[in-house]
Design a protein around this ligand. Sequence first.
Ligand code: ATP
Ligand code: MG
Length: 241
Amino acid sequence: MDPRTSIIEKRLAGINRIILVASGKGGVGKSMVASNLALSLSKKGYKTGLLDLDLYGPSAHIILGVEKYDLPEEKKGIIPHDVNDIKFMSIVFFTEDKPAPFRGSDISNVIVELLAITQWGKLDYLIIDMPPGIGEETLDIIRLVKKNEFLIVTTPSKVSMGAVCKLLFILKELKLPIIGIIENMKMEDSSYIEDTVSKMKIRYLGHICFDKNLEKSIGNPDMLQKTDFMIDLKNILSKIV
Ligand SMILES: Nc1ncnc2c1ncn2[C@@H]1O[C@H](COP(=O)(O)OP(=O)(O)OP(=O)(O)O)[C@@H](O)[C@H]1O
Ligand SMILES: [Mg+2]
């Protein structure tokens, strides 16, 4: 047995709620939802952490505008950087945002290591930006982060929902808590996603419209707070907190 797995429980013990932002599909807006969710929770006064566990494609640092990759301070573990009042941890602080092609078991090792070394302290919320799909990393995180709740993101497309349904099926099989589904990048009126998730007895939390101005605000948390994306997300937030 890996002795680090027992440390992980201790490291996460001071956190009230751990929300895993996931999807069966890539590119649907997980990182955007996770980063903005952390921003708005912290703005509301909650002690918030954000952990980017998408090791092949970390992107929360880009959304939050992190440009310096100083190694985090070491003190009986690693203290996450403070970014806009969010305790933020990402692989980029160790790779300096250079490409890090991990193989097979390396990826599991890095996930275990990040979870085992990070000193979150007391938090109201830890938001985890999950890797896309239902691969080994996702299964590792489910296994290692015991107190988890899933916030699922899809786009309005049947293609996206098809992949998301598979993830939902697995989560239900494993009896893991699902907060609900966010329909992101909505462009026209359709009840397809709402109807599909209702049939699966999963909560439809609402939609976020496609925001053509969102790109301009990436990297600038103050501007992100004022986007239409954030307005829609805040409407959904009241159903989560
Ligand atoms: N509601 C929206 N309106 C406009 N653009 C959006 C919206 N949501 C996300 N985007 C954009 O879509 C792209 C994908 O978003 P994001 O990186 O958050 O997806 P992801 O699910 O995390 O992707 P990956 O699976 O690669 O990790 C980004 O360029 C993001 O800025
Ligand atoms: Mg992402």
